[in-house]
Design a protein around this ligand. Structure first.
Ligand SMILES: *Cc1c(COP(=O)(O)O)cnc(C)c1O
Length: 439
């Protein structure tokens, strides 16, 4: 019996072309080109070159049958999400254009936008974990992510096994066996392998390829996805899907937003991995709002320019800091000594980023004098913006970390965290030079 919805051949017109253009003269266009137009047709919006911001809570259906068909997508009866716009907790034109463009950078089939990086991460984990399950994760994680696993998911019967970021294949094999045994004893499964690379503020890289091989050897890859927080190097300097990750998440607040003027997050990956995440986002809310999505479309047009410039600036600034007598050491991916970390870097990364640690001769007092003397760089946490920021992790972002754990992570009192922006590099060097002179 044909269903009324089968007669609906044309989905509700959306602000995107039916057949998006991704090639020119036989070549596939690069993300930096696609960011100017992919997924949006001005002729569907009065010729407006930039997508309008669609401020509406709900969308009109062209027919009752179309409405039914769209709800089949929303409720998951048809996988892959709704074909039409329905209600602004589920989807919207600005968010959809953003999601299409985010997926391009990661080489992912699909992407979902969220109101913050933490909303993305929490909904991702909740979508995959049930009571009795185990999450395997690298350490250190962003403090709120680590807290969500240890303090929130634990209340719902989900436990974890963690391992240090630089772990080898043999160590990872042991971690997988431990997690399997833990899951068997609590009547659950290993629900997810969750990574963050590089770690903050250690900059230790996770060997994603070794994690994939260890997962494939010990667990069913169709059941246990590998997710990775790519906030520090993505989307430009690291494409973890190419190294075996299934799901990528971001705090778009950082490099992708890039102007320190918004908070947002995303999750991307194959459609089959995104469907449960979308379903939970539909239920809970947490989608990015239309204005923030629009701001991110603006940001994506320059993300490559900004990240390239910030990366080159960081290289120059680090070359200066490295030889300074008041600098004891640098935690910068472009100057790693450890051969294993170097090997991971060359297999996984195309750039060293612009966020690094400086170890200043002295302790908290010397770091505070340095920070209080900066005139160009601003004293603030966060990273990835156009402006250079500096902070003191031991007394700020990592203040609540117990001393023993701080020692393990190398978060010493003489560590200053710097995120280099896109200013003139010689001005930045002059600023760091005068601030070090004040120490
Ligand atoms: C900032 C950050 C987050 C959290 O993102 P919000 O947008 O602040 O919610 C998660 N992971 C990493 C690595 C971050 O730097």
């Amino acid at each position: 019996m044909p269903d009324a919805t089968d007669a609906v051949e044309t989905p509700t017109p959306r602000r995107k072309p039916k057949a998006p253009v991704t090639t020119i003269g036989g070549r596939t266009m690069k993300p930096s080109t696609l960011m100017m137009g992919y997924g949006y047709d001005p002729m569907l919006s009065e010729g407006s070159l930039k997508a309008p911001i669609f401020l509406t809570s709900t969308f009109a259906f062209e027919s009752a049958a179309a409405g039914k068909r769209h709800f089949e997508g929303i409720t998951g009866q048809r996988p892959g999400g709704a074909e039409g716009l329905v209600y602004s907790r589920f989807n919207g034109p600005n968010q959809e254009i953003l999601e299409d463009r985010l997926a391009i950078w990661d080489g992912a089939e699909d992407a979902l936008s969220f109101s913050s990086g933490m909303t993305a991460i929490c909904i991702l984990m909740l979508a995959y974990c049930s009571a009795g399950d185990v999450i395997v994760h690298s350490g250190p994680l962003y403090a709120a992510s680590e807290g969500f696993v240890a303090k929130v998911l634990s209340r719902f019967g989900v436990t974890y096994v963690d391992f240090p970021a630089g772990a080898t294949r043999a160590e990872l094999d042991a971690v997988m066996e431990k997690a399997k045994a833990q899951a068997a004893s609590s009547g659950g499964k290993v629900a997810m392998i969750y990574l963050e690379s590089p770690g903050n503020p250690t900059n230790a890289l996770v060997d994603v390829e070794a994690v994939r091989d260890a997962r494939n050897a010990a667990l069913d890859p169709a059941v246990t996805p590998i997710a990775i927080d790519n906030t520090f190097l993505g989307p430009l300097w690291q494409r973890p899907i190419d190294n075996g990750a299934d799901i990528i998440c971001y705090s778009l607040t950082k490099y992708v937003g890039g102007h320190s003027d918004l908070v947002a997050g995303s999750v991307s990956g194959a459609k089959r991995w995104m469907d449960p995440v979308r379903a939970l986002r539909n239920t809970m809310g947490g989608i990015a709002d239309p204005n923030t999505a629009w701001m991110l479309l603006r940001s994506l047009e320059t993300v490559e320019l900004r990240m390239e410039r910030a990366g080159r600036n960081a290289e120059k600034v680090c070359a200066f800091l490295k030889q300074h007598p008041k600098v004891e050491g640098l935690g910068y991916l472009g100057m790693v000594d450890d051969p294993r970390q170097q090997d991971i870097y060359h297999r996984h990364c195309t750039g060293a980023g612009s966020t690094f640690s400086v170890f200043i001769t002295g302790g908290e007092a010397e770091c505070f004098r340095f920070l209080d003397s900066l005139k160009v760089a601003k004293l603030a946490v966060s990273l990835g913006g156009t402006e250079t920021l500096a902070s003191h992790p031991a007394s700020m972002t990592h203040l609540s970390v117990p001393p023993a754990r701080k020692a393990v992570l190398g978060i010493t009192d003489n560590l200053v965290r710097i995120s280099v922006g896109i200013e003139d590099p010689d001005d930045l060097i002059a600023d760091f030079e005068q601030a070090l002179a004040a120490v």
